[in-house]
Write a protein that binds this ligand. Structure first.
Ligand SMILES: Cc1ncc(COP(=O)(O)O)c(C=O)c1O
Length: 404
């Protein structure tokens, strides 16, 4: 396990980023949450229960799979895939949800609220609420409900109430605003189960800790399987939870390159993408200071990505700090590149990725031919079932009867 995990200061800052930019009413619940989290981490019973749920409910450890046909096709790097897509509910989000639901129960909270973009966090939240018999309300932008219809139904089947958010761009940012409004109003009974390494302290650090199992496992799996660490790790970055989950174990390994892939969307013009590092500048959104897509007047910009889970104006604060220190590199992949990468992975390896994860695949595909003798790791954060409608829209040639 890496010993160089970045610890935020007492105010929750990674360098200048992070912090607690919230109304006064939320300061006490954030402090309560931080206390509960630190106490739980020291509690062997808590750790054992979480470990058991991760193994026997969620399906950890996930396999480290060598993508031999993909590697051969590209003729360069040797590519491995961390199969977070095989987790229960279909994405990495369940790691964090299991941790936070145990904390909520410890704090005596009866009601859980969450926001969701791609619906994977909503499904994972609805799942753990069903498991523990707690009330669940999920806020979701109207536009995201349209493009991730299947996940809306899954949440309802699991007993959650899905509230459609019709303000702003009707995507993730607007869903977070509604969830925060709800939390301010119902703070004594309610835990806000935030779904990425975002928001006010302690969420970014806490969410990272609940996801670090991905990188810890991958590191041990590499050492056991091939006796060395990968040269480069690729992960998509929405808020940044799957990326920080896989990066953390390797931060102290200077020889391992960490590459975060944001949504390049339709073009490099503001409003057409969600590439915070290339198109944004530091600012505050929804409780944290980090790289933000904003216009010259500081107004939060609209964003676009074909993948709902990457379509957010702020990046998690720890990524901002890794970026400024030069420890991780952040690039973007366009909608078109992600769609093409999804098809390539499906056809060479029999794995249909989530559109979010396909962004990480796209960057690995772009670099692999020129990286002979290198070992790559792609963190495949989720599976593509939820994106079938979008794949159908974008690959109309596959959606017709085959000629005899
Ligand atoms: C499969 C999948 N991967 C990645 C993400 C992006 O989130 P994060 O950057 O927090 O991992 C999402 C968000 O919904 C997702 O569903």
């Amino acid at each position: 396990m890496s010993t160089t995990t970045q610890t935020p200061d007492a105010g929750g800052h990674f360098g200048p980023y992070g912090g607690r930019y919230v109304p006064e009413t939320l300061m006490a619940p954030l402090e309560e949450l931080e206390r509960a989290f630190h106490e739980a981490q020291q509690d062997e019973g808590f750790r054992a229960e979480l470990k058991d749920l991760l193994a026997n409910f969620a399906g950890r450890p996930t396999p480290l799979y060598e993508a031999k046909r993909l590697s051969q096709t590209l003729g360069g790097a040797r590519i491995f895939i961390k199969r977070e897509d095989l987790l229960h509910t279909g994405a990495h989000k369940i790691n964090n949800c299991l941790g936070q639901i145990l904390l909520a129960r410890r704090m005596g909270k009866q009601r859980i609220i969450a926001e969701t973009g791609a619906g994977q966090h909503g499904v994972a939240t609805a799942t753990v609420c069903a498991l523990f018999g707690l009330e669940c309300v999920v806020y979701m932008g109207e536009e995201d409900m349209r493009r991730q219809r299947l996940n809306v139904f899954r949440m309802r089947m699991l007993g959650a109430r899905v509230v459609s958010v019709t303000s702003g761009s009707r995507t993730l940012k607007d869903a977070v605003s509604e969830a925060m409004r709800d939390w301010v109003t119902n703070v004594s009974s309610t835990h806000y189960l935030l779904g990425s390494a975002l928001g006010s302290h302690p969420y970014p650090m806490m969410v990272r800790e609940f996801h670090r199992c991905t990188g810890d496992e991958a590191r041990a799996q590499f050492l056991e399987r091939i006796g060395r660490l990968p040269d480069t790790i690729f992960a998509c970055v929405g808020g940044g939870s799957n990326a920080i989950g896989v990066f953390t174990a390797f931060i102290g390994d200077a020889g391992v390159k960490l590459v975060g892939v944001e949504a390049g969307g339709r073009s490099g013009q503001l409003g057409e993408h969600a590439a915070r590092f290339s198109g944004g500048s530091p600012g505050v959104l929804q409780g944290a200071y980090s790289y933000l897509l904003q216009n010259e007047d500081g107004q939060v910009s609209l964003t676009h990505s074909v993948s709902a889970g990457l379509d957010y104006a702020l990046v998690g604060p720890e990524h901002a700090w890794l970026h400024d220190q030069g420890r991780a590199e952040y690039v973007s992949a366009t909608d078109t590149a992600a769609l093409a990468a999804a098809k390539t992975l499906a056809r060479t390896e029999g794995i249909i990725p989530a559109l979010e994860s396909a962004h990480a695949v796209a960057e690995a595909l772009r670099r692999a031919p020129g990286a002979k003798d290198e070992v790559y790791l792609i963190n495949l954060s989720g599976r593509g079932d939820k994106d079938t409608d979008i794949y159908r829209e974008n690959f109309p040639e596959l959606d017709k009867d085959d000629a005899e």
